[in-house]
Design a protein around this ligand. Structure first.
Ligand code: CLF
Ligand code: SF4
Length: 503
Protein backbone atom coordinates (compact mmCIF):
# COMPACT_ATOMS: atom_id res chain seq x y z
CA UNK A 1 0.00 0.00 0.00
CA UNK A 2 1.43 3.37 -0.92
CA UNK A 3 1.32 5.95 1.81
CA UNK A 4 1.69 9.60 1.14
CA UNK A 5 1.87 12.43 3.59
CA UNK A 6 0.33 15.65 2.53
CA UNK A 7 -0.48 18.94 4.10
CA UNK A 8 -4.20 19.32 4.53
CA UNK A 9 -6.54 20.53 7.19
CA UNK A 10 -7.73 18.02 9.73
CA UNK A 11 -11.41 17.30 9.65
CA UNK A 12 -11.67 18.68 13.15
CA UNK A 13 -10.04 22.01 12.27
CA UNK A 14 -13.08 24.29 12.34
CA UNK A 15 -11.45 27.06 10.37
CA UNK A 16 -10.37 24.65 7.66
CA UNK A 17 -7.05 26.44 7.63
CA UNK A 18 -3.65 25.97 9.07
CA UNK A 19 -1.54 28.47 10.87
CA UNK A 20 1.69 28.93 9.02
CA UNK A 21 3.53 28.41 12.28
CA UNK A 22 1.08 26.76 14.64
CA UNK A 23 2.55 28.35 17.73
CA UNK A 24 -0.55 27.62 19.74
CA UNK A 25 -0.33 23.99 18.84
CA UNK A 26 -3.92 23.26 19.70
CA UNK A 27 -3.81 20.83 16.85
CA UNK A 28 -7.53 20.86 16.23
CA UNK A 29 -7.75 24.65 16.17
CA UNK A 30 -5.10 25.92 13.84
CA UNK A 31 -6.22 29.31 12.78
CA UNK A 32 -3.77 31.83 11.37
CA UNK A 33 -2.72 34.32 13.99
CA UNK A 34 -1.76 37.94 13.39
CA UNK A 35 1.94 38.66 14.00
CA UNK A 36 1.29 40.69 17.14
CA UNK A 37 -0.46 37.67 18.68
CA UNK A 38 2.19 35.25 17.45
CA UNK A 39 4.82 37.33 19.16
CA UNK A 40 2.87 37.12 22.42
CA UNK A 41 2.23 33.39 22.42
CA UNK A 42 5.36 32.09 20.73
CA UNK A 43 7.28 31.56 23.97
CA UNK A 44 4.47 31.45 26.52
CA UNK A 45 4.24 27.83 27.69
CA UNK A 46 0.59 28.08 28.75
CA UNK A 47 -0.81 30.06 25.84
CA UNK A 48 1.00 27.84 23.30
CA UNK A 49 1.09 24.05 23.42
CA UNK A 50 4.13 24.04 21.15
CA UNK A 51 5.99 26.50 23.38
CA UNK A 52 5.48 24.33 26.45
CA UNK A 53 7.98 21.82 25.10
CA UNK A 54 10.73 24.45 25.22
CA UNK A 55 9.93 27.27 27.63
CA UNK A 56 9.46 27.36 31.40
CA UNK A 57 7.25 29.46 33.64
CA UNK A 58 7.47 30.24 37.29
CA UNK A 59 4.97 31.50 39.84
CA UNK A 60 5.81 33.77 42.73
CA UNK A 61 3.47 33.29 45.68
CA UNK A 62 2.94 36.85 46.88
CA UNK A 63 -0.86 37.00 47.13
CA UNK A 64 -2.16 35.37 50.34
CA UNK A 65 -5.67 36.85 50.57
CA UNK A 66 -8.72 36.01 48.55
CA UNK A 67 -11.95 37.94 48.14
CA UNK A 68 -14.19 34.98 47.31
CA UNK A 69 -14.57 31.40 48.43
CA UNK A 70 -14.72 28.53 45.95
CA UNK A 71 -16.00 25.16 47.11
CA UNK A 72 -12.93 23.47 45.60
CA UNK A 73 -10.32 25.54 47.42
CA UNK A 74 -8.50 25.17 50.71
CA UNK A 75 -5.30 27.17 50.78
CA UNK A 76 -4.31 25.88 54.21
CA UNK A 77 -3.36 22.49 52.90
CA UNK A 78 0.13 22.05 51.50
CA UNK A 79 1.69 18.83 50.41
CA UNK A 80 5.16 18.94 48.90
CA UNK A 81 4.17 16.32 46.33
CA UNK A 82 0.98 17.89 45.29
CA UNK A 83 0.28 19.98 42.28
CA UNK A 84 -2.89 21.95 42.50
CA UNK A 85 -3.67 25.65 42.32
CA UNK A 86 -3.85 27.62 45.54
CA UNK A 87 -1.24 25.45 47.20
CA UNK A 88 2.08 26.93 48.24
CA UNK A 89 4.96 26.04 50.58
CA UNK A 90 6.47 29.49 51.16
CA UNK A 91 4.74 32.82 50.98
CA UNK A 92 6.99 35.61 49.70
CA UNK A 93 7.00 39.37 50.07
CA UNK A 94 7.50 41.35 46.84
CA UNK A 95 11.26 41.81 47.36
CA UNK A 96 11.76 38.12 48.07
CA UNK A 97 9.60 37.29 45.07
CA UNK A 98 11.68 39.45 42.74
CA UNK A 99 14.94 37.94 44.07
CA UNK A 100 13.57 34.45 43.64
CA UNK A 101 12.31 35.09 40.11
CA UNK A 102 15.67 36.55 39.10
CA UNK A 103 17.52 33.58 40.61
CA UNK A 104 15.24 31.10 38.85
CA UNK A 105 15.49 32.88 35.52
CA UNK A 106 19.28 33.04 35.84
CA UNK A 107 19.48 29.29 36.62
CA UNK A 108 16.79 28.12 34.17
CA UNK A 109 17.36 30.34 31.14
CA UNK A 110 14.40 28.75 29.35
CA UNK A 111 12.20 30.72 31.75
CA UNK A 112 10.12 33.10 29.68
CA UNK A 113 7.19 33.94 31.96
CA UNK A 114 6.73 34.96 35.58
CA UNK A 115 3.16 34.66 36.78
CA UNK A 116 1.29 35.52 39.95
CA UNK A 117 -1.40 32.98 40.60
CA UNK A 118 -1.95 32.95 44.33
CA UNK A 119 -2.11 31.30 46.73
CA UNK A 120 -5.06 33.73 47.02
CA UNK A 121 -6.13 36.16 44.34
CA UNK A 122 -3.45 38.50 42.92
CA UNK A 123 -5.91 41.37 42.54
CA UNK A 124 -7.15 40.99 46.09
CA UNK A 125 -3.54 41.81 47.02
CA UNK A 126 -2.87 44.60 44.52
CA UNK A 127 0.00 46.36 46.35
CA UNK A 128 2.02 43.16 46.70
CA UNK A 129 1.23 42.06 43.15
CA UNK A 130 2.11 45.32 41.42
CA UNK A 131 5.21 45.93 43.53
CA UNK A 132 6.46 42.51 42.40
CA UNK A 133 5.75 43.30 38.76
CA UNK A 134 7.56 46.62 39.10
CA UNK A 135 10.72 44.93 40.40
CA UNK A 136 10.61 42.31 37.67
CA UNK A 137 10.21 44.86 34.90
CA UNK A 138 13.20 46.76 36.25
CA UNK A 139 15.60 43.82 36.53
CA UNK A 140 14.33 41.38 33.91
CA UNK A 141 12.53 43.29 31.17
CA UNK A 142 12.73 40.29 28.84
CA UNK A 143 10.39 38.16 30.98
CA UNK A 144 6.70 38.08 30.15
CA UNK A 145 4.43 38.91 33.07
CA UNK A 146 1.26 36.98 33.62
CA UNK A 147 -1.55 37.05 36.14
CA UNK A 148 -4.34 34.66 37.00
CA UNK A 149 -7.41 36.02 38.81
CA UNK A 150 -10.93 35.15 39.86
CA UNK A 151 -11.92 38.45 38.21
CA UNK A 152 -13.85 40.05 41.06
CA UNK A 153 -11.54 43.07 41.22
CA UNK A 154 -10.44 42.89 37.61
CA UNK A 155 -12.23 45.89 36.06
CA UNK A 156 -10.81 48.19 38.77
CA UNK A 157 -7.26 47.05 37.98
CA UNK A 158 -7.25 46.81 34.20
CA UNK A 159 -5.48 50.16 33.77
CA UNK A 160 -2.84 49.21 36.33
CA UNK A 161 -2.27 45.88 34.54
CA UNK A 162 -1.75 47.74 31.27
CA UNK A 163 0.63 50.19 32.98
CA UNK A 164 2.74 47.25 34.13
CA UNK A 165 2.78 45.79 30.66
CA UNK A 166 0.91 42.61 31.56
CA UNK A 167 0.27 40.94 28.22
CA UNK A 168 -1.45 37.77 29.45
CA UNK A 169 -4.29 37.43 31.91
CA UNK A 170 -6.19 34.34 33.00
CA UNK A 171 -9.70 34.67 34.44
CA UNK A 172 -11.30 31.69 36.11
CA UNK A 173 -14.90 31.65 34.92
CA UNK A 174 -16.80 28.56 36.02
CA UNK A 175 -20.27 29.69 34.98
CA UNK A 176 -22.23 32.54 33.53
CA UNK A 177 -25.46 31.58 35.31
CA UNK A 178 -25.74 32.81 38.92
CA UNK A 179 -27.97 29.85 39.82
CA UNK A 180 -25.09 27.54 38.98
CA UNK A 181 -22.60 29.91 40.57
CA UNK A 182 -24.44 29.68 43.90
CA UNK A 183 -23.41 25.98 44.00
CA UNK A 184 -19.73 26.86 43.41
CA UNK A 185 -19.17 30.05 45.41
CA UNK A 186 -20.60 30.20 48.94
CA UNK A 187 -19.66 33.89 49.28
CA UNK A 188 -17.79 36.85 47.88
CA UNK A 189 -16.41 39.88 49.71
CA UNK A 190 -17.65 42.97 47.91
CA UNK A 191 -17.77 46.62 48.97
CA UNK A 192 -16.77 45.72 52.54
CA UNK A 193 -19.56 43.18 52.89
CA UNK A 194 -19.82 39.44 52.62
CA UNK A 195 -22.46 38.54 50.04
CA UNK A 196 -23.85 35.04 49.62
CA UNK A 197 -25.93 32.95 47.25
CA UNK A 198 -27.01 33.87 43.74
CA UNK A 199 -26.43 37.59 44.32
CA UNK A 200 -22.76 36.87 45.05
CA UNK A 201 -22.40 34.79 41.89
CA UNK A 202 -24.20 37.43 39.84
CA UNK A 203 -21.77 40.17 40.93
CA UNK A 204 -18.76 37.92 40.35
CA UNK A 205 -19.87 36.90 36.85
CA UNK A 206 -20.64 40.50 35.91
CA UNK A 207 -17.18 41.61 37.02
CA UNK A 208 -15.46 38.70 35.24
CA UNK A 209 -17.16 39.38 31.91
CA UNK A 210 -16.64 43.13 32.18
CA UNK A 211 -12.95 42.58 32.97
CA UNK A 212 -12.64 40.22 30.00
CA UNK A 213 -14.12 42.78 27.63
CA UNK A 214 -11.92 45.58 28.97
CA UNK A 215 -8.74 43.52 28.54
CA UNK A 216 -9.67 42.44 25.02
CA UNK A 217 -10.33 46.07 24.08
CA UNK A 218 -6.80 46.85 25.27
CA UNK A 219 -5.24 44.02 23.27
CA UNK A 220 -4.34 41.82 26.25
CA UNK A 221 -4.52 38.08 25.56
CA UNK A 222 -7.06 36.50 27.88
CA UNK A 223 -7.27 32.84 28.73
CA UNK A 224 -10.35 31.61 30.55
CA UNK A 225 -9.91 28.77 33.02
CA UNK A 226 -12.94 26.73 34.02
CA UNK A 227 -13.08 23.97 36.57
CA UNK A 228 -15.25 21.09 35.36
CA UNK A 229 -17.52 20.02 38.23
CA UNK A 230 -19.70 17.02 37.33
CA UNK A 231 -23.36 17.59 37.96
CA UNK A 232 -22.80 21.30 38.69
CA UNK A 233 -21.38 23.08 35.63
CA UNK A 234 -20.25 20.33 33.24
CA UNK A 235 -23.16 20.74 30.82
CA UNK A 236 -23.05 24.52 31.19
CA UNK A 237 -19.38 24.96 30.23
CA UNK A 238 -20.19 24.74 26.51
CA UNK A 239 -22.25 27.88 26.95
CA UNK A 240 -19.40 29.49 28.93
CA UNK A 241 -17.04 28.67 26.07
CA UNK A 242 -19.39 30.20 23.52
CA UNK A 243 -19.87 33.40 25.49
CA UNK A 244 -16.22 34.01 26.39
CA UNK A 245 -15.21 33.38 22.81
CA UNK A 246 -17.77 35.90 21.61
CA UNK A 247 -16.26 38.39 24.06
CA UNK A 248 -12.76 37.84 22.64
CA UNK A 249 -11.06 35.31 24.92
CA UNK A 250 -8.08 33.71 23.21
CA UNK A 251 -8.07 30.28 24.84
CA UNK A 252 -10.33 28.17 27.06
CA UNK A 253 -8.70 25.88 29.60
CA UNK A 254 -11.13 23.36 31.03
CA UNK A 255 -9.55 21.71 34.05
CA UNK A 256 -10.84 18.74 36.02
CA UNK A 257 -12.07 19.37 39.56
CA UNK A 258 -9.65 18.09 42.21
CA UNK A 259 -11.74 17.07 45.24
CA UNK A 260 -10.31 14.66 47.78
CA UNK A 261 -11.43 14.44 51.42
CA UNK A 262 -7.83 14.85 52.63
CA UNK A 263 -7.67 18.34 51.05
CA UNK A 264 -10.37 19.58 53.40
CA UNK A 265 -12.32 21.44 50.71
CA UNK A 266 -16.12 21.62 50.78
CA UNK A 267 -16.37 19.46 47.67
CA UNK A 268 -13.74 17.03 48.98
CA UNK A 269 -15.55 16.63 52.28
CA UNK A 270 -19.03 16.34 50.80
CA UNK A 271 -18.12 13.65 48.28
CA UNK A 272 -18.43 15.76 45.11
CA UNK A 273 -16.91 13.55 42.47
CA UNK A 274 -14.12 14.52 40.06
CA UNK A 275 -14.71 14.11 36.32
CA UNK A 276 -13.22 11.09 34.57
CA UNK A 277 -10.63 11.56 31.83
CA UNK A 278 -13.23 10.47 29.29
CA UNK A 279 -15.71 13.10 30.49
CA UNK A 280 -13.06 15.81 30.49
CA UNK A 281 -11.91 14.96 27.02
CA UNK A 282 -15.47 14.82 25.68
CA UNK A 283 -16.15 18.29 27.07
CA UNK A 284 -12.89 19.66 25.67
CA UNK A 285 -13.85 18.24 22.28
CA UNK A 286 -17.32 19.76 22.49
CA UNK A 287 -15.91 23.18 23.41
CA UNK A 288 -13.16 23.07 20.80
CA UNK A 289 -15.84 23.67 18.19
CA UNK A 290 -16.29 27.13 19.64
CA UNK A 291 -12.75 28.17 20.50
CA UNK A 292 -9.18 27.07 21.10
CA UNK A 293 -9.03 24.68 23.99
CA UNK A 294 -5.96 24.20 26.16
CA UNK A 295 -5.08 20.56 26.81
CA UNK A 296 -1.61 20.82 28.31
CA UNK A 297 -2.38 22.58 31.61
CA UNK A 298 -0.71 20.89 34.60
CA UNK A 299 -2.88 22.66 37.23
CA UNK A 300 0.22 24.22 38.74
CA UNK A 301 0.79 25.19 42.31
CA UNK A 302 1.11 28.88 43.13
CA UNK A 303 4.87 28.42 43.57
CA UNK A 304 5.55 26.24 40.51
CA UNK A 305 8.98 26.47 38.85
CA UNK A 306 10.28 25.00 35.59
CA UNK A 307 8.84 23.45 32.46
CA UNK A 308 5.15 22.63 32.88
CA UNK A 309 5.88 18.92 33.25
CA UNK A 310 8.67 19.27 35.82
CA UNK A 311 8.89 20.54 39.37
CA UNK A 312 12.05 22.43 40.39
CA UNK A 313 10.67 24.29 43.41
CA UNK A 314 12.96 22.55 45.87
CA UNK A 315 16.03 24.17 44.27
CA UNK A 316 14.78 27.68 45.06
CA UNK A 317 13.56 27.76 48.65
CA UNK A 318 14.19 30.92 50.70
CA UNK A 319 17.16 29.43 52.58
CA UNK A 320 18.86 28.37 49.35
CA UNK A 321 18.42 31.83 47.85
CA UNK A 322 19.89 33.75 50.75
CA UNK A 323 22.98 35.73 49.71
CA UNK A 324 22.75 34.48 46.15
CA UNK A 325 24.48 37.01 43.90
CA UNK A 326 23.10 37.47 40.41
CA UNK A 327 24.48 39.43 37.50
CA UNK A 328 21.15 40.65 36.10
CA UNK A 329 22.49 41.88 32.79
CA UNK A 330 24.47 38.72 32.11
CA UNK A 331 21.38 36.64 32.95
CA UNK A 332 19.24 38.60 30.47
CA UNK A 333 21.88 38.10 27.77
CA UNK A 334 22.05 34.38 28.49
CA UNK A 335 18.27 34.05 28.24
CA UNK A 336 18.20 35.90 24.94
CA UNK A 337 20.93 33.61 23.59
CA UNK A 338 19.08 30.52 24.80
CA UNK A 339 15.87 31.74 23.17
CA UNK A 340 17.71 32.23 19.88
CA UNK A 341 19.02 28.67 20.12
CA UNK A 342 15.56 27.33 20.91
CA UNK A 343 14.02 29.20 18.00
CA UNK A 344 16.74 27.88 15.66
CA UNK A 345 15.98 24.39 16.90
CA UNK A 346 12.22 24.85 16.41
CA UNK A 347 12.88 26.13 12.90
CA UNK A 348 15.06 23.12 12.16
CA UNK A 349 12.37 20.78 13.42
CA UNK A 350 9.81 22.46 11.18
CA UNK A 351 12.17 22.14 8.26
CA UNK A 352 12.75 18.47 9.05
CA UNK A 353 9.12 17.93 8.21
CA UNK A 354 9.93 18.79 4.62
CA UNK A 355 12.31 15.86 4.39
CA UNK A 356 9.62 13.74 5.99
CA UNK A 357 7.51 14.51 2.95
CA UNK A 358 5.36 17.36 4.14
CA UNK A 359 5.12 20.13 1.61
CA UNK A 360 4.72 22.92 4.14
CA UNK A 361 7.32 22.47 6.89
CA UNK A 362 5.58 24.82 9.28
CA UNK A 363 2.50 22.83 10.19
CA UNK A 364 1.89 20.40 12.95
CA UNK A 365 -0.72 18.36 11.17
CA UNK A 366 0.39 15.72 8.76
CA UNK A 367 -2.21 13.83 6.86
CA UNK A 368 -1.81 10.28 5.81
CA UNK A 369 -3.67 9.56 2.60
CA UNK A 370 -4.81 6.01 2.97
CA UNK A 371 -8.12 4.36 3.22
CA UNK A 372 -9.82 4.97 6.51
CA UNK A 373 -8.14 3.42 9.52
CA UNK A 374 -8.91 3.68 13.15
CA UNK A 375 -7.08 6.41 15.03
CA UNK A 376 -4.35 5.27 17.41
CA UNK A 377 -3.32 6.83 20.68
CA UNK A 378 0.32 6.89 21.62
CA UNK A 379 2.05 7.88 24.84
CA UNK A 380 5.29 9.84 24.53
CA UNK A 381 8.04 10.23 27.15
CA UNK A 382 9.76 13.60 26.80
CA UNK A 383 11.80 16.04 28.86
CA UNK A 384 10.95 18.88 26.50
CA UNK A 385 12.48 20.36 23.35
CA UNK A 386 9.72 18.74 21.28
CA UNK A 387 11.57 15.44 20.92
CA UNK A 388 11.36 11.93 22.37
CA UNK A 389 14.19 12.14 24.88
CA UNK A 390 13.06 10.46 28.09
CA UNK A 391 13.83 6.96 29.34
CA UNK A 392 10.70 4.93 30.19
CA UNK A 393 12.00 4.40 33.72
CA UNK A 394 12.57 8.12 34.25
CA UNK A 395 9.27 9.47 32.92
CA UNK A 396 7.02 11.11 35.48
CA UNK A 397 4.38 11.86 32.87
CA UNK A 398 3.43 10.92 29.31
CA UNK A 399 2.08 13.17 26.60
CA UNK A 400 -0.81 11.55 24.77
CA UNK A 401 -1.09 11.98 21.00
CA UNK A 402 -3.62 10.66 18.57
CA UNK A 403 -2.56 9.64 15.07
CA UNK A 404 -5.22 9.16 12.45
CA UNK A 405 -5.59 9.47 8.72
CA UNK A 406 -6.40 13.11 9.48
CA UNK A 407 -3.07 13.85 11.15
CA UNK A 408 -1.45 13.97 14.58
CA UNK A 409 -2.92 15.86 17.47
CA UNK A 410 -2.06 16.39 21.10
CA UNK A 411 -4.76 15.20 23.51
CA UNK A 412 -3.40 15.68 26.99
CA UNK A 413 -1.01 14.19 29.50
CA UNK A 414 -0.97 11.46 32.12
CA UNK A 415 1.01 11.66 35.34
CA UNK A 416 2.74 8.59 36.71
CA UNK A 417 5.34 7.73 39.33
CA UNK A 418 8.92 7.15 38.32
CA UNK A 419 9.39 3.46 37.53
CA UNK A 420 13.07 3.78 38.34
CA UNK A 421 13.99 6.46 40.88
CA UNK A 422 17.10 4.94 42.37
CA UNK A 423 18.00 1.98 44.53
CA UNK A 424 15.64 2.94 47.36
CA UNK A 425 12.59 2.58 45.16
CA UNK A 426 13.55 -0.68 43.49
CA UNK A 427 11.07 -2.67 45.54
CA UNK A 428 8.24 -0.46 44.28
CA UNK A 429 9.02 -1.03 40.61
CA UNK A 430 6.30 -3.62 40.04
CA UNK A 431 3.47 -1.56 41.53
CA UNK A 432 4.66 1.60 39.76
CA UNK A 433 4.80 -0.29 36.49
CA UNK A 434 1.29 -1.67 36.91
CA UNK A 435 0.07 1.85 37.70
CA UNK A 436 1.81 3.17 34.58
CA UNK A 437 0.22 0.44 32.48
CA UNK A 438 -3.15 1.38 33.97
CA UNK A 439 -2.80 5.08 33.14
CA UNK A 440 -1.64 4.22 29.61
CA UNK A 441 -4.87 2.31 29.01
CA UNK A 442 -6.19 3.16 25.58
CA UNK A 443 -2.69 3.77 24.13
CA UNK A 444 -1.45 1.28 21.56
CA UNK A 445 2.17 2.42 21.62
CA UNK A 446 4.53 4.04 24.12
CA UNK A 447 7.41 5.98 22.61
CA UNK A 448 10.48 6.65 24.73
CA UNK A 449 14.23 7.07 24.27
CA UNK A 450 15.05 3.76 26.01
CA UNK A 451 13.30 1.03 27.93
CA UNK A 452 14.43 -1.96 30.00
CA UNK A 453 13.60 -5.60 29.30
CA UNK A 454 11.17 -6.12 32.23
CA UNK A 455 8.87 -3.17 31.51
CA UNK A 456 9.08 -4.00 27.79
CA UNK A 457 7.76 -7.49 28.45
CA UNK A 458 4.96 -6.32 30.71
CA UNK A 459 3.84 -3.54 28.38
CA UNK A 460 3.63 -6.05 25.55
CA UNK A 461 1.59 -8.43 27.70
CA UNK A 462 -0.77 -5.54 28.40
CA UNK A 463 -1.19 -4.95 24.66
CA UNK A 464 0.93 -1.77 24.55
CA UNK A 465 3.80 -1.73 22.05
CA UNK A 466 6.99 -0.26 23.54
CA UNK A 467 9.04 1.68 21.00
CA UNK A 468 12.52 3.11 21.54
CA UNK A 469 13.41 3.50 17.88
CA UNK A 470 12.65 7.18 17.60
CA UNK A 471 14.88 8.58 20.33
CA UNK A 472 15.65 12.30 19.82
CA UNK A 473 13.20 12.56 16.92
CA UNK A 474 10.50 15.27 16.80
CA UNK A 475 7.36 13.93 18.47
CA UNK A 476 4.66 14.47 15.84
CA UNK A 477 6.76 13.06 13.01
CA UNK A 478 7.69 9.99 15.03
CA UNK A 479 4.06 9.39 15.98
CA UNK A 480 2.99 9.59 12.35
CA UNK A 481 5.87 7.35 11.27
CA UNK A 482 4.83 4.69 13.78
CA UNK A 483 1.20 5.00 12.67
CA UNK A 484 2.20 4.45 9.07
CA UNK A 485 4.27 1.42 10.10
CA UNK A 486 1.28 -0.04 11.92
CA UNK A 487 -0.86 0.37 8.82
CA UNK A 488 1.82 -1.09 6.53
CA UNK A 489 2.26 -4.09 8.78
CA UNK A 490 -1.49 -4.63 8.76
CA UNK A 491 -1.67 -4.05 12.48
CA UNK A 492 -4.69 -1.77 12.08
CA UNK A 493 -7.95 -2.79 10.57
CA UNK A 494 -9.95 -0.18 8.73
CA UNK A 495 -12.89 1.02 10.80
CA UNK A 496 -11.82 -0.88 13.90
CA UNK A 497 -12.31 0.92 17.17
CA UNK A 498 -9.04 0.30 18.97
CA UNK A 499 -9.95 1.99 22.19
CA UNK A 500 -12.95 3.33 23.91
CA UNK A 501 -12.16 6.98 24.03
CA UNK A 502 -10.09 6.87 27.17
CA UNK A 503 -6.95 8.94 27.39
FE1 CLF B 1 1.06 30.86 35.44
FE2 CLF B 1 -1.33 30.68 34.54
FE3 CLF B 1 0.28 32.54 33.61
FE4 CLF B 1 0.65 30.01 33.01
S1 CLF B 1 0.05 28.70 34.77
S2 CLF B 1 -0.45 32.42 35.66
S3 CLF B 1 -1.09 31.25 32.42
S4 CLF B 1 2.21 31.43 33.70
FE5 CLF B 1 -0.44 27.33 32.88
FE6 CLF B 1 -0.19 26.32 35.23
FE7 CLF B 1 -2.27 25.60 33.74
FE8 CLF B 1 -2.09 28.03 34.78
S5 CLF B 1 -0.13 25.21 33.28
S6 CLF B 1 -2.29 26.19 35.92
S7 CLF B 1 -2.61 27.49 32.66
FE1 SF4 C 1 -9.19 29.70 46.20
FE2 SF4 C 1 -8.63 30.98 43.95
FE3 SF4 C 1 -11.18 30.44 44.60
FE4 SF4 C 1 -9.80 32.30 45.94
S1 SF4 C 1 -10.39 32.35 43.76
S2 SF4 C 1 -11.10 30.71 46.84
S3 SF4 C 1 -7.74 31.39 45.95
S4 SF4 C 1 -9.56 28.94 44.11
Amino acid sequence: MELKVINQPAASCPTGQYSTRDPVGCSDQLSPLPDRVLEKVNNHPCFSEQAHHYYARMHVAVAPACNIQCHYCNRKFDCANESRPGVVSELLDPDQAVSKALAVAATIPQTSVVGIAGPGDPLANPERTFKTFLGLTKHAPDLKLCVSTNGLQLPQHVDELIKHNIGHVTITINCIDPMIGAHIYPWIFWNHRRIRGEKAAEILIEQQLKGLEMLVERDVLVKVNSVMIPGINDQHLKEVSRVVKAKGAFLHNIMPLIARPEHGTYYGLTGQREPTQTELQALQEACSGDMKVMRHCRQCRSDAVGLLGEDRRAEFTKDKLENKKIDYEAAVETRLRVRETIERQRKKQRQARTTFGISNPDVTHVRCVVSRHAPVRMAVATRGEGVINEHFGQASEYLIYEASTEGVRFLGYRKTDLYCSGADSCGNGASVLSNTIRILHGCKVVLCSQIGFEPWKQLESAGIIPNGEHAMEPIEEAVMEVYRDLIEKGALNPDDALYEGII
